[in-house]
Write a protein that binds this ligand. Sequence first.
Ligand SMILES: C[S@@+](CC[C@H](N)C(=O)[O-])C[C@H]1O[C@@H](n2cnc3c(N)ncnc32)[C@H](O)[C@@H]1O
Length: 262
Amino acid sequence: MIFLDKILREKVLPGFQQFFTPLQVRKLKTLGKSLLSIGKRNDLTFLAQLFGTDKWGEHWYTPHYAFHFKSIRKKKINLLEIGVGGYDKPFSGGASLRMWKRYFPKAHIFSFDIYDKKPHEESRIRIFQGSQVDPEFLDNICAEIGDLDIIIDDGSHLNEHVLFTFHHLFPKLNIGGIYVVEDTQTSYWEHYGGQMEDRNNPNSIMGYFKSLADGLNHSEFKNKDYQPSYLDLNITSIHFYHNLIFIYKGENSEVSNLNKKP
Ligand SMILES: C[S@@+](CC[C@H](N)C(=O)[O-])C[C@H]1O[C@@H](n2cnc3c(N)ncnc32)[C@H](O)[C@@H]1O
């Protein structure tokens, strides 16, 4: 199938491109790939390769995504991914959105980018334009989307942006929802606002999310004045992989079996 896609891309489509507008070419390619994906729509790594997202090939994320998402694959969910891809080229990008649409047959897929990415809209895929650090924009799109079951941050990957967006959007995620942060290697890279000296620095992506792991055990803290934070009370698990984090939202109200606060 991937071989057939390569032939279509390299031999067939270039000959046709002169007769079609870029939008028609985009739609034709999507139609071809959609047909090629029939029978393989539960295979996320296959879909990633077919639609050309770097979630497999440059990164190795799809097996982790499949592990966390397989139980909700057939549910009617709303998924928001930050970052359409392709940067300022309107017809480039959108690969992961097309992949998610085929993987989740009943989901509505939402995304936004700082650039205009409307050409990638199709049925069940809606795209907004704005920045992940604009609180008013984030509030407006959340109001339009309604329920949010999955949020994936694949936007600027700047440490400050990732933490700002998490603080703003995590409260809007449904209980039972999953928040994903990609490309956490920027925690160590100065040009993304990261650093290597203090790997627990709470201003870096990894330092910050590692610090939230203690909150899972807040009922065990030996400090009678400790007031659990919103995140202590609403995160039930955090999963770290190479450059990838999954944060599960739920009520973390389990009491301690032994902790008697002094
Ligand atoms: C890595 S690409 C996304 C790839 C896509 N999610 C995929 O897997 O196929 C990152 C995108 O984030 C966008 N971006 C950068 N800064 C942003 C910001 N502040 N807010 C929203 N999007 C941003 C870029 O324009 C770029 O298109």
